[in-house]
Design a protein around this ligand. Structure first.
Ligand code: ADP
Ligand code: ADP
Ligand code: MG
Length: 464
């Protein structure tokens, strides 16, 4: 087993990793920027080191500083969490070169999957259905127009290096695709330093369904079922659940087997997520693979009883997966709401500041993953996601009811959050029926904000 682990991350995911390590008797080294001097991850780790100024490029993305910190403190591995360097193949290689284990697949696998165009090719090779589209990357506008004519409009132009919902545009006709190509390419260059583009047919009214996979170094690969992540705003997930309302046992088995086949084909090790879009006609298509622990991994943990972060540490230590596909049973239902420091009625403007008072929900079936505490600072330098509330129930309705009351218990004074918006979604008839797709938020947002405003008038305070 690993002895000492450096956590190259911050916030709730750093805490999540520290918790797994404590249970496994693995020591932890936290790193923090000057903006995070009083952050909880530094307090709860075995040891903490300041690695640079607030700007992520100078601290949490500073590879040299991270490697140096790991070597000085005698770590044998680095956990990158999600975001930051978690999908950076050069960092995975640099860890290895420095004699440190990187918690994740090899640099080569990350590189292959990080190019979404190359990942498509890999999926095709593994017999996994992909969205109809370009063979590889698309050189220029003219080629995009040509391929779009073949696959038929609407289409989606996507940055091959893209992530976090950025670098993609839809186009309904030739004029739009010329425009979209330029703007998406410019965004890709600015966000990812790589302007390679590819093209897919835009699947209308899809659900986003993803499969959690886990692989060890002995060649065992399992999937831990799916997560339904169709409640998105601007292609960023907001609410996730497991299992999905939309899958029959047969479809689940098929999509899961394809996810495992893809991981095997790639020589995958560790935790990963195979993402699909599911069309209304029940056809599914691979869109990308995320080679890291996912934000929404807790819903899978709740229904499977498997601690995914401990499993990551086990396989990095060279141990076998703790269970086989046959031993896995999925039970009950889990829902997660991402709590972001943002103001929905001001076009979701980020809302950094001091948390004046915090009260977290608890009781049966509730889990909260957060690094917030009363008096802490929510910095404008980093991701606005500050907490995840997860509700488990023996049925979907019980999980939803628990989520409603958990969000009613939650108090975060001093900053604005999207908590009331998610609370209202828990009452929406289409959500309750499970009748929704990735258009849900865009379609209902005005209505939900209006209801929220009416509630404010009734109780005489600002709710959103
Ligand atoms: P998940 O499905 O785990 O939520 P996301 O795509 O939302 O995956 O990414 C998780 C986190 O990583 C978010 O904080 C997001 O902003 C960040 N992220 C994802 N991809 C990138 C990228 N290519 N560059 C920088 N940050 C990224
Ligand atoms: P990212 O790397 O930013 O997560 P993805 O390729 O996973 O990018 O796509 C993000 C979201 O965009 C998906 O969850 C889905 O809602 C939507 N999407 C992606 N590809 C398609 C497609 N071909 N048709 C329809 N929607 C899509
Ligand atoms: Mg994605």
């Amino acid at each position: 087993m690993l002895k000492r682990l450096l956590i190259a991350n911050r916030g709730e995911i750093a805490l999540r990793i520290i918790r797994a390590c404590r249970e496994l008797d693995v020591e932890t080294v936290a790193v923090y920027s000057t903006a995070d001097e009083n952050a909880l991850h530094g307090q709860l780790a075995t040891q903490a080191i300041c690695i640079g100024p607030a700007k992520a490029a100078d601290s949490y993305l500073n590879q040299e500083a991270l490697l140096r910190a790991a070597v000085i403190t005698g770590c044998d591995a680095i956990h990158p969490g999600y975001g930051f360097l978690s999908e950076n193949p050069e960092f995975a290689d640099a860890c290895q070169a420095a004699g440190l284990k990187f918690i994740g697949p090899s640099g080569d696998v990350i590189r292959r999957m990080g190019s979404k165009a190359a990942a498509r090719q890999l999926a095709i090779g593994a017999g996994v259905p992909v969205v109809p589209g370009s063979q590889g990357t698309v050189r220029d506008e003219q080629e995009a127009v040509q391929i779009a004519r073949e696959v038929g409009y609407p289409v989606m132009l996507k940055a091959s290096a893209g992530g976090g919902g950025r670098g993609m545009r839809t186009a309904a006709n030739e004029q739009e695709i010329r425009e979209a190509f330029r703007t998406a390419q410019a965004e890709a260059r600015a966000c990812f330093g790589d302007d390679a583009m590819y093209l897919e047919k835009f699947i209308e009214h899809p659900r986003h369904i993803e499969f959690q996979i886990m692989a060890d170094t002995q060649g065992n690969v399992i999937h831990l079922g799916e997560r339904e992540c169709s409640i998105q705003r601007r292609r960023q997930k907001l609410i996730e659940e497991a299992p999905s309302f939309a899958l029959s046992p047969e479809l689940r088995a098929q999509m899961g087997a394809h996810a495992v086949a893809l991981a095997k084909q790639a020589g995958y090790v560790g935790a990963g997520t195979v993402e699909y879009v599911l069309a209304p006609d029940q056809k599914y298509y691979f869109i990308e693979m995320n080679t890291r622990i996912q934000v929404e991994h807790p819903v899978t943990e709740m229904v499977s009883g498997v601690d995914l972060v401990k499993e990551q540490i086990r396989v990095t230590s060279g141990l076998r997966l703790s269970l086989t596909q046959e031993e896995l049973t999925l039970r009950g239902h889990a829902v997660e709401c991402r709590i972001n420091a943002e103001c929905p009625r001001k076009d979701f403007r980020p809302s950094p500041g001091t948390v004046e008072f915090l009260h977290l929900p608890g009781g049966p079936g509730i889990r909260v993953d957060t690094a917030l505490y009363t008096g802490c600072q929510v910095s404008a330098h980093y991701d606005s996601m500050v907490a995840k509330v997860i509700a488990y129930g023996s049925t979907r309705l019980e999980a939803i009811r628990r989520m409603r009351r958990a969000l009613e218990e939650l108090v975060i004074d001093g900053i604005d959050t999207n908590s009331n918006l998610s609370h209202l979604i828990m009452f929406h008839p289409d959500f309750i029926r499970g009748h929704y797709d990735t258009d849900f938020v865009a379609k209902h947002l005005d209505e939900l904000l209006a209801i929220s405003n009416e509630c404010d008038l009734l109780v005489g305070e600002e709710a959103l």
